[in-house]
Ligand binder design. Structure first.
Ligand SMILES: C[S@@+](CC[C@H](N)C(=O)[O-])C[C@H]1O[C@@H](n2cnc3c(N)ncnc32)[C@H](O)[C@@H]1O
Length: 404
């Protein structure tokens, strides 16, 4: 069946109408004429794949990764970078229009390197090792991942050649700035640790085995250091750290820019303390709150390493701390997980009455949902986008809200 693509959905899939029903078509671009095969049909929509492109868009480029169509991680690699940016801007504008009924302008779109930007990969093992095909548990065998940095690919190549029996999952994290790298094996049964130790000792700085939620450092420090500008950050295996290091630097600079000088700042969902430490030099005092105990240990260590005296970290659920606090803050920064903020959390932030709220998010839908509640008492001032994830349909947003 031949159809013409009229639009893109938020995952970068082409959209066409077939007998009045919406059809989502992987790997198809606006104005393209494509011969498709329907892969699934539901009551309200159907999905299809392209068999043949009859009329090609000028925005189409040849994917640099040979696995792009199979793996699905880089789901917009077939679109040239300028159009990827346009797609992300339009997506965010549409989402804000839908959820907040506001027409936003993008203050700044901050680009990233398009390849080799990731400092972390999670590999899945079951007879073979590879990446999960997006939204499935199907393992795609690959021999490289072009969006991961070169050291990760080097380590992956070593692991790819050997028997990984009884290993469930492998995480590789590597900093191109400090040249430190860590490999974490998730296991459920016993493995020949010496064999893997011998293999990795000259290639990674630390090797960790995780069994029953316990971390056992086989060699090295058990963590790595990463650098953002002149600041050093300790990252433990279980701590969150932005996967695009240079992108994170740009993201936090934008937060700093929106924050301005001389504020008492509350940094909610602070992870290893990155944002709080990054903005501490222009702030009066900073309090960071984080639920993950490993991340809070890292944050306290990061405070020490970077010689910061005006920051304090609390290990707790943000909601608990805010419920019982009578602290005063000029500004609240939130960078929650994809699920966003609860209504209780938003009400707790309202009670603090900060002059500014800066909301950092990688999920525009929960972001817009929450902003729609926050704009009851706060003016939407600015939004910038940081392209932390080129070649994928994801983008990081930073929103500035100011008290009415
Ligand atoms: C998107 S990460 C942001 C981390 C940090 N701001 C950064 O840029 O590296 C979200 C963080 O929120 C933490 N978190 C999740 N739920 C939480 C909660 N209820 N209270 C406090 N922290 C929480 C996670 O452990 C994670 O470190």
């Amino acid at each position: 069946m031949i159809v013409t693509i009229t639009n893109l959905d938020h995952n970068g899939r082409g959209i066409s109408k077939i007998d009045g029903k919406t059809c989502f078509i992987e790997n198809a671009l606006i104005n393209e004429e494509v011969d498709i095969e329907i892969t699934s049909e539901k009551k309200k929509y159907m999905c299809a794949k392209v068999k043949n492109i009859i009329k090609k868009s000028e925005d189409r480029v040849l994917e640099q990764c040979k696995y792009a169509k199979i793996c699905g991680g880089c789901n917009i690699m077939h679109i040239n970078y300028d159009k990827q940016i346009e797609f992300k801007i339009n997506k965010i504008k549409e989402i804000f229009n839908k959820f907040c009924k506001i027409n936003i302008n993008i203050d700044e779109f901050i680009k990233s390197e398009q390849l080799f930007y990731r400092n972390k990969i999670t590999l899945h093992v079951s007879n073979k090792v590879g990446l999960y095909k997006e939204k499935t548990n199907e393992i795609i065998e690959v021999d490289n991942c072009l969006i991961c940095n070169k050291k990760i690919n080097e380590i992956y190549n070593i692991l790819n050649k050997i028997d990984l029996k009884n290993i469930e999952k492998i995480t590789i994290r590597s900093s191109e700035i400090t040249n430190e790298s860590m490999v974490i094996f998730d296991i459920n049964s016993d493995i020949d640790i010496q064999k893997y130790k011998d293999l990795l000792i000259n290639n990674v700085t630390t090797f960790i085995v995780k069994k029953n939620n316990q971390y056992d450092t086989i060699f090295g420090k058990g963590f790595i250091y990463e650098k953002l500008n002149d600041l050093i950050f300790k990252i433990s295996p279980d701590s969150f750290f932005q996967v695009n290091t240079l992108g994170a630097q740009k993201l936090y600079s934008k937060v700093k820019d929106y924050l301005g000088k001389n504020n008492n700042v509350l940094d909610l969902y602070c992870g290893t303390g990155t944002i709080g430490i990054f903005i501490s030099d222009i702030s009066l005092n900073v309090v960071g709150i984080e639920i993950n105990k490993y991340a809070v240990c890292d944050a306290n260590e990061n405070k020490k390493i970077n010689n910061i005296s005006n920051i304090k970290f609390i290990c707790d659920d943000s909601q608990n701390v805010l419920k019982n606090t009578n602290m005063n803050f000029d500004a609240v920064i939130v960078d929650p997980p994809r699920s966003g903020l609860s209504k209780d959390m938003i009400n707790s932030i309202f009670k603090i009455e900060p002059k500014k709220i800066i909301y950092v998010s990688c999920d525009p839908i929960t972001l817009a949902r929450d902003v729609n509640l926050l704009i009851e008492k706060y003016d939407f001032k600015k939004i910038s986008l940081v392209d932390m994830f080129p070649n994928t349909s994801h983008v990081e947003s930073v929103v500035l809200l100011e008290k009415m």
